[in-house]
Design a protein around this ligand. Structure first.
Ligand code: GRF
Length: 207
């Protein structure tokens, strides 16, 4: 049984997609052991509580230094014997100590087709604003392993989404979430939970 910790910051629609996928059997062999938010007001925390999933807020604001926050975050994850850390709408910079401790065992959902519209400063609505500004006809979402860069780890899954004439950033964000994020994040977790993903030469390979 894969034990997952899900890190969130906001509405938690990606967390909900994971919860629903486990309930429906789309994801097998997996249990969400813990949800952690850096934002105490994140609706994601309510989603976790509603499903009886242990959830807590660990925010950098509550610690005297970033190092103390980083150590608390790592300790919270290690205390549950976690196999996979899932960043689902998580806006916190993941500490190097966590990345080193969980090599190719931290995954992130990014709302574009990496390497487009990613890297420092590209998160949430900003990603879709830039895609519309550039005039791309296709965008989408990417699930990737987290390494010490920003959105640079091995790509696990991607799914394309059509940009429609007249799309606002919000409309495009919702379509990318509905048609891509909420599908490929659960699919990636299921593949990992069932031993179907291997990283070779820094590329995620479907076994
Ligand atoms: C989504 O756009 C997701 O791609 C990004 O964070 C946003 C909110 O996600 N990573 P959620 O509703 O909190 O899962």
């Amino acid at each position: 049984m894969l034990k997952a910790a899900v890190l969130v910051s906001g509405g938690g629609t990606n967390l909900q997609a994971i919860i629903d996928a486990i309930d429906s059997g789309v994801i097998t062999n997996t249990k969400i052991e813990l949800v952690i938010s850096n934002n105490k007001n994140a609706f994601a925390l309510e989603r976790a509580a509603k499903h009886g999933i242990p959830a807590r807020c660990i925010s950098p604001r509550d610690y005297n230094s970033r190092e103390q926050f980083n150590e608390e975050l790592l300790a919270a994850i290690e205390s549950r014997d976690i196999d996979l850390v899932v960043l689902a709408g998580c806006l916190v910079v993941i500490p190097e100590i966590l990345i080193r401790r969980y090599p190719n065992r931290i995954i992130n959902i990014h709302p574009s087709l990496i390497p487009s519209f990613c890297g420092t400063g590209f998160y949430g609505l900003k990603v879709h604003e830039e895609a519309l500004k550039r005039g791309v006809k296709i965008t989408g979402a990417t699930v990737h392993f987290v390494d010490s860069g920003t959105d640079t780890g091995p790509i696990i899954l991607q799914k394309a989404v059509e940009v429609k004439a007249g799309d606002t950033p919000k409309e495009l964000q919702l379509r990318v979430m509905q048609e891509a994020e909420w599908k490929i994040l659960p699919e990636a977790i299921n593949l990992i939970a069932n031993g179907k993903i291997e990283v070779v030469d820094n590329k995620a390979i479907l076994k």
